[in-house]
Design a protein around this ligand. Structure first.
Ligand code: PEP
Ligand code: MG
Length: 325
């Protein structure tokens, strides 16, 4: 199988219907970057910047971060890298920050909430990203945004830092795309202005799923209790796809489920354009996407939905068994 995946490396994830799904990889450390070539990923769809903060015992300095981000972009050799700003919660404790004692850290003071309430670190990180990408493209996304206003506030920090760099006479990125992770159900119902303003949306399926089903992703007993191919979840994805389509907002999915071939197939069939996953999943996902017709897959999903099934998984698996290579 490994050889078969290697032979697909330079081929697109083009399904029989002609649709090409973008496949990107998730990363967080410099050591992940060589996988870009070996996996054939189009770029890094999610760069988890908190890992750099978690592996240290003191707060990294701006210039040190800027050098690191520049090295990440150098290693990506022109492929897109989407940097997600710090997603630190009370569960991911930084040794050099005072731990918060929260009853429900996953829905506590984390990610962009910390960034907006105590903007020092966020602004330092934004400066580092701007400096690292002088003269090239920069893609940034903010984690755990629950409402339009939070996105606008985070974005205004970025614009302010950009303005500051310019007025200091420093070179700035050529083109900046500012996106949002959709990890809380509320954001799917944000005003149209949000969808118009964000340059792209990436569904953080790990968190979105935990909040959609109210099932803790860290709790072995419940984390896999509800199937992500549950009709209710796919209906919710359909809503997000439609909202993004209204404003032509690019949509991707970057949670772990995007790296599971059957799930990836269903997400693509629902209209999600790009999937970002661990590098080792790219081969298997691409192999399956190339083998099927997404329009047919969508019909199977719709029939399962109409039949009143709770999850579309059995119907999709049964259909897949009839699909020849
Ligand atoms: C997610 O929530 O799906 C996601 C990609 O972010 P993380 O797993 O880092 O929370
Ligand atoms: Mg998340």
């Amino acid at each position: 199988a490994q050889e078969r995946y290697a032979s697909l490396r330079n081929l697109p994830a083009q399904s029989k219907c002609g649709t090409v799904t973008g496949l990107m990889m998730n990363a967080g450390l410099m050591a992940d970057l060589p996988s870009l070539d070996s996996s054939g990923a189009e770029g890094v769809g999610l760069f988890r910047t908190e890992l750099q903060f978690l592996i240290r015992n003191q707060m990294p300095k701006r210039d040190e971060l800027a050098r690191l981000y520049a090295r990440v972009m150098d290693a990506a050799r022109g492929h897109r890298v989407v940097f997600r700003t710090l997603d630190i919660g009370s569960d991911k404790v930084l040794p050099y920050l005072k731990p918060q004692d929260e009853p429900n850290p996953a829905m506590g003071w984390r990610a962009i909430r910390v960034g907006l309430d105590k903007p020092g670190v966020l602004r330092m990180q934004l400066q580092a990203l701007i400096r690292a990408s002088a003269g090239r493209d920069l893609s940034i996304m903010f984690p755990f945004v629950s409402e339009h206003h939070e996105f606008m506030m985070a974005r205004s920090h970025l614009l302010r830092e950009l303005h500051r760099e310019r007025s200091l006479g420093h070179p700035v990125p050529v083109n900046i795309r500012v996106g949002t992770m959709l990890e809380t159900p509320s954001l799917a119902y944000a005003p149209r202005a949000f969808f118009e303003t964000t340059d792209f949306i990436s569904i953080g399926g790990n968190d979105l799923r935990q909040f959609f089903f109210a099932a803790d992703r860290e709790n072995e007993r419940v984390r896999r209790r509800y199937d992500v191919l549950n009709v209710s979840f796919l209906t919710f994805l359909e809503h997000i796809v439609n909202r993004c389509a209204e404003t032509a907002t690019p949509l991707s999915f970057c949670g772990e489920d995007a790296g599971r071939p059957v799930e990836a197939l269903c997400f693509a069939a629902m209209g999600i354009q790009t999937l970002s996953m661990r590098p080792a999943s790219i081969g298997p996902v691409k192999a399956l996407l190339r083998r099927v017709d997404l329009i047919e897959a969508r019909k199977v999903i719709e029939m399962a939905r109409a039949s009143g099934a709770e999850t579309v998984r059995p119907a999709i698996l049964e259909w897949l068994a009839t699909q020849v290579d």
